[in-house]
Design a protein around this ligand. Structure first.
Ligand code: ZN
Length: 184
């Protein structure tokens, strides 16, 4: 466990420095068919990770826990959505908040909203250990509930190469999550 926690901390700094380099070498999967179903219900087969692009407040900052699902809900409404486009939001504290129900089609990644779950991390690029731990929890939960494997977790930028969101090199994310969950 100690080793894994150290690994997670290393991961956060890795996220920051590797994102730009890895993005160039990560396969763009946007053209891969994912069996999009145009039904009225969402059929979650993949997870798409986002970030809120709000400041990376540290725990000692007054604004540390300032933003959450309610704020995103109001921003998305201003953009003309019915309500929050994501299914889950992970606050800086690691608290997981509900957005849309998993059965509801999301509004977070054009062309992939019918078969995915949208998860948004509060922050820009320096996420907290608590947030990474909550992600691990969601990886486990979605694997059990929907059979979504770690390889089916993507970053928004992997579907839209004009975006950097969520500023996490997903190849590293998948690697670390695989190690955390397979327990070595
Ligand atoms: Zn995004």
């Amino acid at each position: 466990m100690k080793l894994l926690n150290a690994l997670k901390r290393r991961l956060i700094s890795l996220f920051v420095c590797l994102q730009k380099i890895l993005k160039k070498y990560t396969k763009d999967v946007s053209s891969q068919p994912l069996g999009i179903m145009y039904s009225k219900m969402n059929e979650p087969r993949i997870v798409i990770l986002h970030c809120s692009a709000t400041p990376d407040f540290k725990s000692k900052d007054p604004g540390f826990d300032r933003f959450g699902a309610r704020d995103i809900d109001s921003w998305h409404k201003k953009r003309g959505f019915d309500r929050i486009g994501y299914h889950k939001v992970i606050r800086r504290t690691g608290e997981i908040e509900n957005g849309r129900d998993a059965t509801e089609i999301g509004a977070h990644c054009e062309g992939h909203n019918y078969n995915s779950l949208g998860v948004c991390l509060i922050g820009l690029r320096e996420f907290t250990v608590e947030q990474i731990n909550s992600l691990e929890k969601l990886v486990r939960e979605y694997r059990l509930k929907y059979g979504i494997k770690i390889d089916q977790w993507y970053g928004h930028y992997e579907f839209n190469n004009r975006k950097d969101c969520p500023n996490i090199p997903m190849i590293c994310f998948r690697h670390v999550m695989r190690r955390c969950i397979n327990g070595d």
